[in-house]
Design a binder for this molecule. Structure first.
Ligand code: CA
Length: 247
């Protein structure tokens, strides 16, 4: 019997990429029993890409042998594009080399077929726990320059070199206001300052990546007319920061 009495961390929307009809059917039922609210299903890489483009997916169950290619190529693609959801590979290829290449491609875990439902459920629960455990306040805002990633409230965030430079530049100011001109010079390397919305655009990107509610940011704050500032905690932001100090 599966016990669902104790609320446990789960995923909102899962995408099952599996071309074997009977297995897909069983998996859909299994995922529903794990309290995953929406389960979408693709039988090819092409249809998976389409679903991923149109939905926010936080768990992918990914078969490797698909009619139009290897599931791992999709996993690599997604990670390169900054996909931060959880990927669990399901495959008949249980050999150690395949397992390693799966993890190298950015999969979070690897489950060889055939597997028992209980094992799948245990793996998914463990992945959900791992995901929900990441944002410990004392570990927040850890920066890994060589991997271009920063640990924010939503977990590890993979950044482009420019995004990383911008985020860390703001973070190093320790809550101080950093002006647009300084960012354009130090981060973008401009010698002459163009009139541009670039900094606003990139701050918006950082908010989307790091903020629980990008429309009401707690960390990457715009100080109208002055620049931007970064706060690490949830409570540091007092009201009125969005307003122009000269108003
Ligand atoms: Ca298959």
């Amino acid at each position: 019997m599966i016990q669902n009495d104790v609320p446990s961390p789960s995923f909102d929307t899962a995408l099952l990429v599996e071309d074997e009809k009977a297995l897909a059917q069983t998996l859909k039922i299994a995922l529903a029993r794990l309290d995953i609210r929406n389960v979408l299903h693709a039988t090819t890489l092409e249809s998976a890409r389409k679903i991923l483009a149109e939905n926010t997916i936080d768990l992918i169950l990914l078969d490797r042998n698909l009619p139009d290619g290897d599931g791992l190529s999709l996993c690599r693609e997604l990670r390169a594009a900054g996909f931060r959801g959880t990927v669990l590979c399901l495959t008949a290829k249980g050999e150690i080399d395949d397992r390693v290449s799966g993890l190298d491609a950015g999969a979070d875990d690897y489950l060889p077929k055939p597997f028992h439902w209980e094992e799948l459920a245990a793996r998914i629960r463990a992945l959900a726990r791992r995901k929900s455990e990441v944002p410990k306040t004392n570990a927040l805002w850890k920066c890994e320059a060589e991997k271009l990633r920063i640990l924010g409230p939503k977990g590890w965030v993979q950044l482009t070199p420019l995004e990383f430079k911008l985020a860390t530049h703001l973070m190093h100011a320790n809550g101080g206001i950093v002006g647009r001109e300084e960012l354009l010079k130090e981060v973008w390397g401009f010698r002459f300052l163009p009139k541009t919305r670039t900094t606003d655009y990139f701050l918006g990107r950082l908010r989307k990546l790091f903020e629980n509610n990008p429309d009401s940011p707690k960390h990457f704050i715009t100080v109208r007319g002055a620049g931007y500032r970064f706060f690490s905690g949830e409570d540091d932001v007092s009201g009125g920061l969005e307003s122009d100090p000269r108003d």
